[in-house]
Design a protein around this ligand. Structure first.
Ligand code: C2E
Ligand code: MG
Ligand code: MG
Length: 778
C-alpha cells in the first residue's frame, strides 16, 4: 500500500531529476521521447531499488527525496525522511558535513565515507557516491547512492586508515589533475549520472518483464534503440552470470557481433573469442565480487583491443536480488576512460617531470629530498645534494641557437644520469641547472665527503667531454657545488639546495669546471656579495664612482696617454677595488651602465684642450658583457656624438677571454668600431689562452703585457723569456706594446732595452683623479 502512496507523490517530485540525468547521456533527440514514456517506470525503479538512494539539496542539506530502501535502512518512514536534513543523519559536525557537501558540489570529490545515525540511534559507516545535478529551477541537488559498509570486517583503526587513504588518494588526484579535470569534468559526471540512469532503465525492463508483458514489446524496442546508441558498455546478465542482453558497443568490443551470445556465461563466450579469454575471466571474477559485496561496485578494467593497444574502462556493476535474497540479475555499465587515463598520466608527467629532459622537476626533487632528509636523520647516515651548472651555457645558447641549446641540455641530463646509481635522483631545476640527490652515503662524515666528492668529479668529467652536434664539436663544462646532510644546525630541503648552489657559485668564481664543497663561511661570503650587489646598483646614482687616469709614458718619460680606471668610494667600506666589484657588476649587468658612464667620462677628457694639445690617447676597459651586448656599437656611436670626442684618440681594451667567446661576432663588432677610427688593445696579454691564429683574425692595434710578467722579468729568466715571446708575437702581428705594472727603474730598463714600447706603472704615476692628471700635464 505504501508504494501506492509513494507512487502518487512521485511524478511531482523526481521526474525532472531523472530526466536531467538521462539528458546527460547525450543521446539522439528521438530517444528523449522514449525517456519521457518511462517516467512511471523510473519512479518505480527509484523507489524499489534495493540500493539506498537520496536526493539532497547541495546548499541546505535538505533531503529532497529518498527511496524505500533509504527508509528501510535509516528506519524513518519515507514521509519523515523527506522532511529531514542530511545533517540529522550524519554524525559529523555540521561544519564538516557542509564542507564535504560543497566539495561534492564542486565535483572535487564524488566518494565519501561518513558515519550515519539510524532512527534506532545505531551508528553505521556508509560509503556515499555522490553526483551533482542542477534542476531546471536552478536548485542544485546531489544524487547519492549509499552503502552500508559497517559490517566489512574493518577495525575502527583500519576504517580510519581506509578512509584517510581513499580521501588522500582523491585529494592528491584532484590537486595534481586540476587541469585535466577541467577538461574531463563534464564527461565524468555524464558518465556517472548516465551510468546510474541506464542501470535504472535496464533494471526496469527486467522488473517489467516479470510483472507484465503488456505493451512491453514496443517499449523494449525503443529501449533497445536507446541502449544501442550508447557509446558505453551496457550488459545485463542473469543470476547465473548468463548474458541476457548486451548493446552493440559491448558486442563489438568483445568481437561478439553475429554471435548468439544470449544465455551464455563469460566462460562459454571466451571459447568464441580466445583473444579476450583473460578479459572474460577477469569479468567473471569481478562479477562474483559484486555479488558478494551485494551492492553497486565500481572498478577500472583493462580490455585488450585486437590489432591495437588495450583500453581502460570505468565499470560499474549493480547486482539485483529477488525478494528471497537469491540472485536475480547483474547490470554492467562501462565507459571508455582510456583518453582520460592518458591525460592523467600526462598531467602527472607534467606535474613532476621536466618536458625537455624527462628528468624529475624541482617539485619531485624537493619531495624526494624531504624524504631522504628525514631518513638520514633516523639512519644516521649522510646524504648529499650536488648542484651542477653548465659553464658558459648562455653564451652557447645565444650563439648557436635554442635547438643546439636543447640538445646540449638533453645530453647533459643523459651524462649525469649515466654516472649515477639506481637510488640517486637528478632533477633539472632551471635552464642549465641540474640538482643531484645522493640519498645514502656512509655514516662516517669523512667517507661521505669522499663519496660525494668522487661523484662530483665523475659528473664534472662526464661533462667535460666534448659533444658533436651535426658537424660541430661543442665543448661543455660544468661547475659543481656539494653539501652534505644532515647538517650540524638543522636545515630544510630548500636550505640544502641553497648551500649546494652557493658552493657551485664558488666553483664558478674559482675559474669554472671545478667541484666545490659547501663550507659554513661560504654563506657569509655570498651574503656579503649580495650586499655589495645592492650597493653597487645605487653607486652610480649616488655619485660614489669616479674615473681615475693612470698615465702611459714613452721611453723618454713623456706622457703619451692614459688608462681610465674605475674607483668606487663606498660610504662605509672606503675605496673598493675594481678587482672585487667589476666581476659583480659584470654578473649583475650593472657593468652596462657603468661602462657607458666611464666611456662618456673618457670622451669628455679627450675633449680637454690640454689632452688634445699633446695628442694623448685615452684607453677604456671594456668588459665581455658590455662588448657582447647587441647594441654596443650603437652605444659607442651615441656617446661619441653626444660628447663630440674624436674616436681616433680612443682605445678600447679587451681581454683574451672576450675574444674566445665568439670570434665571428667579435671580429664584426671590432671591425665596425675600427671603421670609426677607434683602436683596440688586448689587455693582460699572456694570462689568457688565446692562440696566435685567433689573434691574427682580430683588427688589433696594441698589446698590453700583463704586470705579472713585467714584475719579475729582470730577475726571473723564464719571465724574461716570456716577455721576449710576447714581444715577438707583437712584432709578428704588427702591434704596438704597452707594458703594465712598471714599478722600478730596473723593470723599465729591462723593457726599454728590448724595443719600442709605452710604459705604465707606479714608477711613472699611480691612477689619479682626472683633475690631477690634467694638472700634471701642465
Ligand atoms: P687592468 O685593466 O689590467 O688595469 C691595470 C691595473 O693595474 C689597475 O688596477 C692599475 O691600478 C694596476 N696598476 C697600474 N700600475 C701598477 C703597478 O705599478 N703595480 C701594480 N701592482 N699595479 C698597477 P685597478 O685599477 O685596481 O683595476 C683592476 C682591474 O679592474 C683592471 O685591470 C680592469 O680589468 C678592471 N677595471 C678597472 N676599471 C674598469 C672599467 O672602467 N671597466 C672595466 N670593464 N674594467 C675595469
Ligand atoms: Mg686595462
Ligand atoms: Mg691589464
Amino acid at each position: 500500500m505504501s508504494h501506492r502512496v509513494v507512487l502518487g507523490r512521485w511524478p511531482a517530485r523526481l521526474p525532472r531529476l531523472l530526466l536531467l540525468a538521462l539528458g546527460l547521456l547525450v543521446l539522439v533527440p528521438a530517444s528523449m521521447a522514449v525517456v519521457m514514456a518511462r517516467n512511471d517506470l523510473l519512479s518505480t525503479l527509484f523507489h524499489r531499488h534495493t540500493a539506498v538512494m537520496l536526493f539532497v539539496d547541495a546548499n541546505t542539506g535538505e533531503i529532497v527525496d529518498a527511496n524505500q530502501a533509504a527508509s528501510d535502512f535509516y528506519g524513518y518512514p519515507p514521509t519523515v525522511l523527506r522532511r529531514m536534513n542530511i545533517q540529522e543523519l550524519n554524525a559529523l559536525e555540521p561544519e564538516a558535513v557542509a564542507t564535504e557537501r560543497r566539495q561534492a558540489l564542486s565535483e572535487a570529490r564524488n566518494y565519501f565515507i561518513f558515519p550515519h545515525r539510524l532512527a534506532s540511534g545505531a551508528l553505521r559507516t556508509v560509503e556515499v557516491y555522490s553526483s551533482p545535478v542542477t534542476l531546471e529551477s536552478g536548485r542544485q541537488v546531489l544524487f547519492s547512492i549509499i552503502h552500508d559498509v559497517t559490517n566489512r570486517a574493518l577495525s575502527s583503526g583500519e576504517q580510519l586508515l581506509y578512509q584517510q587513504r581513499l580521501e588522500q588518494a582523491v585529494a592528491t588526484h584532484t590537486s595534481n589533475m586540476e587541469e585535466v579535470r577541467q577538461r574531463e569534468r563534464n564527461l565524468f559526471i555524464a558518465s556517472l549520472v548516465g551510468a546510474v540512469a541506464v542501470i535504472l532503465v535496464l533494471a526496469a525492463t527486467v522488473f517489467r518483464r516479470s510483472r507484465a508483458e503488456l505493451a512491453l514489446a514496443h517499449r523494449e524496442e525503443q529501449l533497445s534503440t536507446l541502449i544501442d546508441a550508447m557509446p558505453d558498455i551496457v550488459c545485463f546478465k542473469d543470476g547465473h552470470g548468463r548474458w541476457q542482453r548486451a548493446n552493440t558497443f559491448d558486442l563489438r568490443l568483445f568481437g561478439l557481433e553475429g554471435v548468439d551470445y544470449r544465455g551464455k556465461t563469460d566462460l562459454e563466450l571466451a571459447r568464441y573469442q580466445d583473444f579476450y579469454r583473460e578479459a572474460f575471466m577477469g569479468c567473471e571474477a569481478s562479477d562474483e565480487a559484486a555479488w558478494q559485496a551485494g551492492y553497486m561496485s565500481r572498478a577500472e578494467e583493462v580490455i585488450p583491443i585486437q590489432g591495437g593497444s588495450a583500453k581502460v574502462f570505468d565499470i560499474i556493476k549493480v547486482p539485483l536480488f529477488n525478494p528471497d535474497g537469491s540472485r536475480k540479475g547483474l547490470v554492467v555499465v562501462g565507459r571508455d576512460i582510456t583518453e582520460r587515463k592518458h591525460a592523467e598520466a600526462e598531467a602527472e608527467r607534467l606535474a613532476y617531470f621536466d618536458s625537455l629532459t624527462s628528468l624529475p622537476n624541482r617539485r619531485l626533487f624537493l619531495d624526494r629530498l624531504g624524504t631522504a632528509l628525514s631518513a638520514a636523520q633516523h639512519s644516521r647516515r649522510y646524504g648529499a645534494v650536488l648542484f651542477v651548472d653548465l659553464d658558459d651555457f648562455n653564451t652557447l645558447n645565444d650563439a648557436q641557437g635554442h635547438e643546439v641549446g636543447d640538445l646540449v641540455l638533453q645530453e647533459a641530463a643523459r651524462r649525469i644520469r649515466a654516472v649515477l646509481e639506481e637510488m640517486d635522483t637528478v632533477a633539472r631545476f632551471a635552464s642549465d641547472e641540474y640538482v643531484v640527490l645522493l640519498p645514502e652515503l656512509s655514516a662516517l662524515e669523512h667517507v661521505a665527503v669522499d663519496q660525494a666528492m668522487a661523484m662530483g668529479e665523475r659528473i664534472r668529467l662526464a661533462m667535460a667531454e666534448s659533444l658533436l652536434v651535426g658537424q660541430q664539436e661543442i665543448s661543455l663544462g660544468a661547475s659543481v657545488g656539494i653539501t652534505l646532510f644532515p647538517t650540524p644546525t638543522p636545515a630544510g630541503a630548500k636550505d640544502l639546495i641553497k648551500f649546494a648552489d652557493t658552493a657551485m657559485h664558488q666553483a664558478k668564481m674559482a675559474g669554472r669546471n671545478q667541484v666545490r664543497f659547501f663550507e659554513v663561511d661560504m654563506q657569509a661570503r655570498v651574503e656579503a656579495r649580495f650586499a655589495m650587489e645592492g650597493d653597487l646598483r645605487l653607486a652610480l646614482g649616488r655619485s660614489q664612482m669616479q674615473v681615475y687616469i693612470q698615465p702611459q709614458v714613452d721611453q723618454g718619460g713623456q706622457v703619451r696617454g692614459g688608462e681610465a680606471l674605475l674607483r668606487w668610494q663606498h660610504p662605509e667600506r672606503g675605496q673598493v677595488s675594481p678587482t672585487s666589484f667589476i666581476p659583480v657588476a659584470e654578473e649583475t649587468g650593472v657593468i652596462l651602465a657603468l661602462g657607458d658612464w666611464v666611456l662618456e667620462e673618457a670622451c669628455r677628457l679627450l675633449n680637454d684642450p690640454r689632452v688634445q694639445a699633446q695628442n694623448l690617447r685615452i684607453s677604456v676597459n671594456v668588459s665581455p658583457r658590455q662588448f657582447h651586448r647587441s647594441d654596443f656599437v650603437t652605444r659607442v656611436r651615441q656617446i661619441l656624438s653626444l660628447t663630440g670626442a674624436d674616436p681616433g684618440y680612443l682605445t678600447l681594451e679587451v681581454t683574451e677571454g672576450l675574444v674566445i667567446d665568439n670570434v665571428h661576432q667579435t671580429v664584426a663588432t671590432m671591425g665596425e668600431l675600427r671603421a670609426l677610427g677607434i683602436h683596440f688593445s688586448i689587455d693582460d696579454f699572456g694570462t689568457g689562452y688565446s692562440s696566435l691564429s685567433y689573434l691574427k683574425r682580430l683588427p688589433l692595434n696594441e698589446l698590453k703585457i700583463d704586470k705579472s710578467f713585467v714584475q719579475d722579468a729582470p730577475e726571473n729568466p723564464s719571465d724574461a723569456a716570456l716577455v721576449d715571446v710576447i714581444l715577438s708575437v707583437a712584432r709578428h702581428l704588427k702591434l704596438k706594446v704597452v707594458a703594465e705594472g712598471v714599478e722600478s727603474p730596473a723593470q723599465a730598463a729591462f723593457l726599454t732595452a728590448r724595443g719600442e714600447m709605452l710604459l705604465q706603472g707606479y714608477l711613472f704615476g699611480r691612477p689619479m683623479p682626472m683633475d690631477a692628471f690634467l694638472a700634471q700635464l701642465g
